[in-house]
Write a protein that binds this ligand. Sequence first.
Ligand code: TYD
Ligand code: MG
Length: 461
Amino acid sequence: MSKRSLSFICQNCGAAFSRWQGKCEACGEWNTLAEEGAEIPSGPGRKPAKGRLFALEPLSGEAHEAPRLASGIAEFDRVTGGGLVRGSVLLMAGDPGIGKSTLLIQAAASLARAGHRAVYISGEEAVAQVRLRAERLGLGAAAVELAAETAVEDIIATLSEGKTPRLIVIDSIQTMWTATIESAPGTVTQVRGSAQTLIRFAKRSGAAVILVGHVTKDGQIAGPRVVEHMVDAVLSFEGEGSHQFRILRAVKNRFGPTDEIGVFEMTGAGLQQIANPSELFLSERDLGQPGTAVFAGVEGTRPLLVEMQALVAPSSLGTPRRAVVGWDPSRLSMVLAVLEAHCGVKLGGHDVYLNVAGGLRIQEPAADLAAAAALVSSLAKAPLPADAVYFGEVSLSGAIRPVAHSAARLKEAQKLGFARAVIPECARGEGAEGGFKVTSVASLADLVTRIAAIGTRGKAA
Ligand code: TYD
Ligand code: MG
């Protein structure tokens, strides 16, 4: 008798087991094992299946530009890399209530207005609810085709009739179920099975499909990120509950860049595009207060100015607190270590808080210099000049390293009325025009000396 094949597969890590158990021993997740059909055994007495022949193509040859369709919502198109690619599948992930349904009904309406067939399938809301929202958004007249359905086979059968839709929105993938799989809707197996069926339909028909995916509390999409690797692009819709603006970010994109962001504001009339986000992020500055520095950043191809706020205060705790919102905590630790080691700034007895204003999340190392400036400004109680921007990467030796796109950063600062910039030495002045003062700093110690000088001047006055 042949050995029994392993047929219980962990839906999280893919480990295989011969019997069911509650916990996957490989990854430690609970309740992730599901039975999957064993492979068809091969061996004597079985004719090996004859494969189908296919043509091999040379590498050179006519490359077809992926045919894209712009949705007409510029911030959305920027993130997708220029529009929706035919036959592609996008996952739109985000917290419940962030505005995924709102954005997608707006995108569908925009396409429908341009004369394309757009279909919106809601598994969460009744048709009347979706209609009500569309009316509130002033989209009532758009020719979007609506349905409240959750059975994937029915959806595909319906959509296969007539002209192929250019866009199909599935809201959300967690509510879909396919009859080929027995488990309940929302389980990993169902989500994966439904997504697979819909992806196959997209590739076959050429329709662009957008799957909505709710993120669970710990930031995962549909349990163990089952859909992420199957789709062509993953867009993450983010925002802070207390702020009105939302950021659409491409986490993965087979047809475009992954570092672009789209900025929207949630208003009473739906999501409005923010064409110049710097103005938004700088709109509520505390001028003249110590502990704030404006960082001239770049997100994708677009320069973006944001305020970094720091609070350094004597600690009453044995281990002082380090808290960061919107930036990488390990980069903060690094900047603090360099300040201690190379600049004589002692922070061991201080609590340190760092916040990126407006709820934006910065990933660039170029923010090091602005963060350091804000920290030192807070510690020295020396307000930084209100018309200055900062950018540059701090290395462990305390040197300030140049960063990419200096010219674009300086230009944006000038455009928004800033009069000076503190930047790495090697990037001196490129792109700056008359009346704009560029100060280059070679090391972090250099920056600390300059800020300390402001502090003493302030006290003398
Ligand atoms: P929704 O798109 O339903 O979120 P999701 O699909 O991601 O769960 O948006 C829900 C929130 O958006 C809700 O709290 C109300 C708010 N909202 C507005 O502020 N203005 C609007 O015009 C709309 C439609 C929603
Ligand atoms: Mg929704």
